[in-house]
Design a protein around this ligand. Structure first.
Ligand code: BGC
Length: 378
């Protein structure tokens, strides 16, 4: 009887502590911890969150409750540290600061459970420091290559003259980077204008560009494309990929462009592109824009008759989320991390197969393909 009363009291204390201080039921291998760098990013809330929730259930785990680090790196590390004491079966981590992967990993290594970093790639040495750590995402450059090609196809079809507002023989571009230092953002900023040049009629097929740190050099051998500005979506509070800031930055550049040098905008994600669409300077200029991600609001917009939003590149958070959960399951079952997936081992084989996942062993990564999306297939 005494034992029963003690148990009941402990239960009551835990219920009280649960509501008051966050004590929760012990976790098992059926529970996966997942944290996002910032759930106010529409890519995170609109693609990854539902993707993780569904994949966890589909693959036999309890439904994932994606945690929000609210763009606070120190807080995110603390949240991971707390989770590591709770007994989860695996950890899916979307870091805030991509250079700080070690701090996150050090908090969870001791659990001996699988750890998958996702969407914000950490240094490969971090992954190599723990045998159960992997990365799941995209090949950062592919989004840029596809976006540039799509924009070129559009210009070729419409006619260069139609797009070149001041008839100087050059297409002036604003690249909306989004987040300085983010690997996807930097690679898209490098490759999208380069592939626009390469795929334009009369463009230099060998066009190249270099980046050192976050400084870009677009070679002067380009025939048709000039990058007039690179802007970010970082607001004064430090939030990145931020649509309102990106829109005002593009508006500022366009307002100063008295000679109508700027002819199109390449946005590194859809969230910012949707923001830019509402900017009065952008509307006045009437120039086209492309995005990345394939958010559902972007697809709706692209389908409209008179939109300036001409296309996007699907960066499939839902499929990538499923891969993350599958990796955890594989490792818990003692299998190879890529078991049960259609993978290829080389970049060449991957580029030749639009459905395969690239098992990039050198980087302990699994990379999902992007898809080009225009009005025709939106
Ligand atoms: C996505 C962006 C997103 C970012 C967050 C990128 O891969 O394309 O939309 O804001 O990841 O890390």
């Amino acid at each position: 009887m005494k034992k029963l009363i003690a148990l009941l009291l402990a239960g009551a204390a835990c219920t009280f502590a649960f509501t008051a201080a966050g004590c929760s039921a012990p976790k098992t291998d059926k529970d996966i911890f997942a944290i996002s760098y910032n759930l106010s990013d529409p890519n995170m809330s609109g693609l990854w969150k539902p993707g993780l929730e569904k994949a966890s259930v589909d693959l036999g785990f309890n439904k994932i409750a994606l945690q929000d680090a609210k763009n606070d790196d120190a807080e995110a590390v603390k949240m991971v540290e707390a989770a590591a004491t709770e007994g989860y079966g695996g950890y899916l981590i979307n870091v805030v600061d991509q250079t700080n992967g070690t701090s996150y990993l050090n908090k969870v290594k001791g659990t001996n459970k699988p750890v998958v970093f996702w969407n914000r790639e950490v240094e490969v040495d971090v992954l190599k420091s723990y045998d159960k750590a992997y990365y799941v995402g995209i090949e950062s450059a592919e989004g840029g290559r596809y976006q540039g090609q799509m924009a070129a196809e559009y210009v070729n079809e419409k006619g260069f003259e139609q797009l070149d507002r001041n008839k100087d023989g050059k297409l002036g571009v604003i690249v909306v980077r989004g987040e300085k230092g983010h690997l996807d953002a930097e690679a898209r900023t490098l490759y999208a204008p380069m592939y626009l040049e390469r795929f334009l009629e009369g463009g230099n097929k060998e066009a190249n560009a270099t980046v050192s740190g976050t400084e870009y050099k677009y070679s002067n051998t380009w025939n048709k494309v000039v990058v007039e500005a690179i802007v970010d979506g970082t607001d004064t509070a430090g939030s990145t990929w931020e649509p309102v800031t990106a829109a005002s930055e593009v508006g500022r550049v366009l307002a100063a462009d008295k000679d109508n040098k700027i002819d199109l905008v390449l946005s590194n994600n859809d969230g910012m592109a949707l923001g830019i669409l509402t900017n009065s300077e952008f509307k006045k200029a009437g120039i086209p824009i492309w995005g990345v991600d394939a958010l559902s609001d972007a697809l709706t917009e692209i389908k409209k008759e008179n939109t300036q939003f001409m296309g996007t590149v699907r960066n499939d958070g839902v499929s990538q989320a499923k891969v993350c959960v599958q990796v955890v399951k594989n490792i818990l079952e003692g299998k190879d991390y890529a078991a049960g997936m259609e993978v290829v081992d080389t970049k060449e084989a991957w580029e030749a197969n639009g459905n395969a996942i690239w098992k990039d062993t050198a980087n302990k990564a699994l990379r999902v393909h992007h898809t080009k999306i225009t009005k025709a297939n939106a």
